[in-house]
Design a protein around this ligand. Structure first.
Ligand code: ADP
Ligand code: AMP
Length: 213
């Protein structure tokens, strides 16, 4: 089962992708997490990606596509995967389709998590991330057991640099211009399914499992 998560930054793609990965036993592949891990480890790729991420811009397609195709070529992705944060542009989607087509495969579901812009800035300012294991929390909706500490690995939680209000507004602009067209792209392929992302996260997940079966 190959699934794509669509939606604005902060819509809850990562939250739902993790739940899907667990229930359907497929890897959760997040390009944002891959970039952040590279930034943390000080790799060349990380330094390059950081220039764009800090501004709320997209990392260039060429670099992003290379990273993603390397990742999904790994053994654990054979049974399928849930992509979170990729594709974010039409060219990325086309390259993915072409790569899958070569192996006689395709994306099965594109799940669009809908949350209006007004809700997003508030959500993002409350998001807390663990840069060690990739877990995410929300100060109000999903608090960790101990404030500021990751339940999973015990490391310190941070407000991501790109979750500050001004950067979030840039990211929303970028989303509307470059990523939203993917909704029509997948609609035309007949695999688009939209869910109300403003609902409680367990209700959002229930709606998604209805779709995935
Ligand atoms: P994305 O991966 O789309 O950027 P996240 O999954 O990281 O978004 O969610 C953004 C923030 O909103 C996080 O702090 C997360 O805990 C919180 N969140 C996710 N889903 C919901 C929901 N249904 N209701 C309220 N808060 C949510
Ligand atoms: P995310 O964790 O998905 O919110 O991604 C954080 C940031 O990483 C984005 O704002 C982009 O700068 C970059 N990024 C992640 N995925 C992509 C992608 N598919 N294409 C371009 N940039 C990306």
């Amino acid at each position: 089962m190959k699934i794509i998560m669509l939606g604005a930054p902060g819509a809850g793609k990562g939250t739902q992708a993790k739940m899907i990965a667990e229930k359907y036993d497929v890897p959760h592949v997040s390009t944002g997490d891959i970039f952040r891990a590279n930034i943390k480890n000080g790799t060349e790729l990380g330094m390059e990606a950081k220039k764009y991420m800090d501004e709320g811009l997209l990392v260039p397609d060429e670099l992003t596509v290379r990273i993603l195709l390397d990742r999904v070529a790994q053994e654990d992705c054979r049974k399928g995967y849930v992509l979170d944060g990729f594709p974010r542009t039409i060219p990325q989607a086309e390259v993915l389709d072409e790569a899958l087509g070569k192996t006689g495969s395709k994306i099965d579901y594109a799940i669009n998590v809908e949350v209006p812009d007004e809700n997003i800035v508030k959500r993002m300012s409350g998001r807390r991330a663990c840069l060690s294991c990739g877990a995410t929390y929300h100060v109000e909706h999903v608090p960790p057991q101990k404030e500021g500490i990751c339940d999973v690995c015990g490391k310190e939680l941070v407000l991501r640099d790109d979750d500050k209000a001004e950067t979030v507004r840039n990211r929303l602009d970028v989303y509307h211009k470059q990523t939203q067209p993917l909704i029509d792209f997948y609609q035309a392929k007949g695999i688009l399914h939209s869910v109300d992302g403003t609902a409680d996260m367990n209700d959002v997940f229930a709606a998604i499992t209805e779709i995935l079966g």
